[in-house]
Design a protein around this ligand. Structure first.
Ligand SMILES: Cc1cc2nc3c(=O)[nH]c(=O)nc-3n(C[C@H](O)[C@H](O)[C@H](O)COP(=O)(O)O)c2cc1C
Length: 588
């Protein structure tokens, strides 16, 4: 098909729409592609571009651009958008440089973080400052409750599409002039081709990622139960120079069981191979077998989205099923969706089984299923102590009624010798600028991961009698928290570090013992005050809720000890973050 979707509108188009995204864990790219498919249906010609590939001399001349950008750190962008971030906020930009552009921004973030959606908010303002015309009010997607995708859909429903249609009437166009990105497939007998060249940013990233062999994988909890288990994974990292306490992103895969169930339900022959017919870049290497597409790329076990429900409602044969799916996909049916789909963490797989949908094609899967995105872990080892191994800790996630999250499911099927794909990226756990300052590490549960790496780093230099070279020459103290002794990870190792002087102090809070304590209860506020006065650094890792509780305690400390007003105590937290005296990495 040419420009439009139907033969009647074959030569009709509303023109090019540039859709930019900046992402780390894939949410922004997922929405960018979803938006592209929605605008394509409106006869626009979408061009999806990762912000790492923006063209400085062209972007400001583009007439219509939509940005999907996530926030990381102190109002900053994801790392792929860093270059764009510096460029657009540079004082070299002129006030009317973007006067030809109309734009819309959708910001992704998480309300558990201090700077909710800040990068998107800043970008939205900055484009206006540079003369661009804001076509629609900024949208925001909140990952805190996993509602990013539905926040997006609700935002779309407030009139984004109507505004676009009204502003850009369809005009006759030359279909050859525009690149098309409609994905058609063709079944083939050709061999699978892992080396396809013309890949988009995400696929390129996957292709160029490293492979790691599992050296050891074991449970850390003495009495693990479903959903209360933490794996220790030791990956062989020969020839890979990783940074202590940095991040590793791992690509999970769907299990044989889920693939078989999906193929059985949709009557797909998993050994059939297909190729994607597109003049744009490919989302993954192909030709590929259905089973490999489903295993490595198709995310069909994530929370079902309203868009997927809408597509499934078109395919349901039973009238009641059709109505229910349609209701769940609608704005009015949001409570119905929440109760029956979101809370139960239903996925495309569970819904097609429940509603007996049998006629979903590979083309439709490509259209409505996002690609599997990597999961990030903070490295739990020091590259000085373990130069050839990367350690991670992975807590198990149960979605609903014994169903595991994709990555937990993937890890549960791995053993010594299994191969995983992933890549390294920076974390916020940088070393102190002044190695002599004291550091306080707070990392309950799996939040211990980066702390263990930092402790190992100091221990390495002490063992080598070369503490003057260590990035941690000042005192190092650890506050760890868990429910009972059964969950006291690396107990012997940590006690040893205290014994040999690597740790000046090791304090553990048990939340399920007679005296219930959380890490916040073992924080000595006077001591923390003098720690910060000495320019000491506090590293925190764990759940967002725990991170908030800890920063609230630090605010209490300022109120009590310095006797300052609550808003000033609050401000102190951002100041500490800016001065890199408070370094946090939080999840959930
Ligand atoms: C290490 C880390 C830091 C984050 N920092 C912030 C932040 O400062 N402000 C915010 O609103 N969201 C923050 N987030 C949440 C992400 O922006 C959110 O999960 C978003 O959906 C990610 O989009 P992406 O998958 O496209 O990267 C952070 C997430 C992580 C993992």
């Amino acid at each position: 098909m040419g420009c439009g979707q139907s033969s009647a509108s074959f030569f009709e188009s509303r023109g090019l729409i540039y859709i930019y995204y900046g992402t780390t864990s894939g949410n922004s790219s997922r929405l960018a592609f979803q938006f592209a498919s929605q605008t394509r249906k409106l006869n626009f010609l979408p061009k999806v571009i990762n912000l790492s590939e923006f063209e400085p001399d062209q972007i400001s001349q583009q007439k219509l651009a939509v940005f999907f950008v996530s926030t990381y750190g102190v109002g900053s962008s994801s790392s792929d958008a860093q270059k764009f971030n510096s460029w657009i906020f540079s004082s070299e930009r002129k006030n009317d440089e973007f006067k030809s552009m109309s734009y819309i921004v959708f910001a992704l973030g998480n309300t558990n973080h201090e700077n909710y959606c800040q990068f998107g908010i800043r970008l939205d303002k900055r484009l206006e400052e540079l003369g661009a015309k804001r076509l629609f009010a900024l949208g925001k997607g909140n990952a805190a409750e996993n509602t990013t995708e539905n926040d997006y859909q609700n935002w779309i429903n407030t009139g984004v599409e109507q505004t676009l249609i009204q502003t850009y009437p369809a005009q006759t166009c030359d279909p050859k002039k525009f690149e098309q990105s409609i994905q058609k497939i063709k079944y083939t007998n050709e061999p699978e081709n892992e080396n396809l060249e013309n890949l988009d940013y995400q696929a390129q990233k996957y292709k160029s990622s490293n492979t790691f062999i599992i050296n050891e994988i074991k449970e850390l909890k003495k009495k693990p139960t479903l959903g209360n288990s933490t794996l220790f994974i030791d990956l062989i990292a020969d020839n890979i120079n990783y940074k202590t306490a940095s991040n590793i992103a791992i690509y999970p895969q769907n299990s044989d069981q889920d693939i078989n169930e999906l193929c059985h339900q949709l009557r797909l022959d998993k050994n059939m191979k297909f190729e994607i017919i597109t003049s744009s870049k490919h989302p993954f290497p192909n030709p590929i077998s259905i089973q490999n597409y489903l295993r490595k790329y198709c995310d069909f076990t994530g929370l079902i989205t309203k868009k997927q429900l809408m597509e499934l409602s078109n395919l349901a044969i039973n009238v009641q099923s059709k109505e229910e799916l349609l209701k769940a996909s609608s704005f009015e049916g949001r409570d119905f969706y929440l109760e029956n789909f979101q809370k139960k963490r239903e996925s495309l797989l569970t819904v097609i089984k429940k509603y007996n949908i049998r006629n979903l094609s590979i083309e439709q899967l490509l259209e409505i299923c996002p690609l599997i995105t990597p999961r990030f872990f903070t490295i739990a080892s020091s590259n000085m102590k373990y130069p050839k191994n990367i350690h991670i800790l992975a807590s198990q996630l149960v979605l609903h009624e014994k169903r595991l999250g994709l990555c937990s499911q993937y890890f549960s099927g791995l053993k010594k010798g299994s191969i995983v794909k992933g890549y390294l990226s920076d974390s916020k756990f940088i070393f102190p600028k002044d190695p002599k300052v004291p550091v306080l590490l707070i990392g309950p549960g799996a939040g211990l991961a980066p702390m263990r790496a930092l402790i190992q780093e100091r221990d390495y230099y002490l063992e080598e009698n070369s503490i003057d070279w260590s990035p941690f020459q000042g005192k190092m103290e650890l506050l760890f928290g868990c429910r009972t002794e059964d969950e006291y990870f690396f107990e012997d190792e940590l006690k040893n570090y205290e014994k040999n002087g690597t740790l000046s102090n090791l304090k553990v809070a048990f939340s399920r013992k007679e005296v219930k304590q959380y890490v916040t209860d073992i924080m000595d506020l006077n001591q923390i005050h003098s720690h910060l006065t000495m320019e000491g650094i506090i590293y925190i890792c764990g759940s967002s809720q725990m991170g908030r509780d800890i920063t609230n305690r630090i605010q209490d400390m300022y109120k009590q000890i310095e006797n300052i007003a609550p808003y000033l105590a609050f401000k102190k937290i951002s100041e500490l973050e800016q001065k890199q005296q408070l370094i946090t990495e939080l999840w959930g």
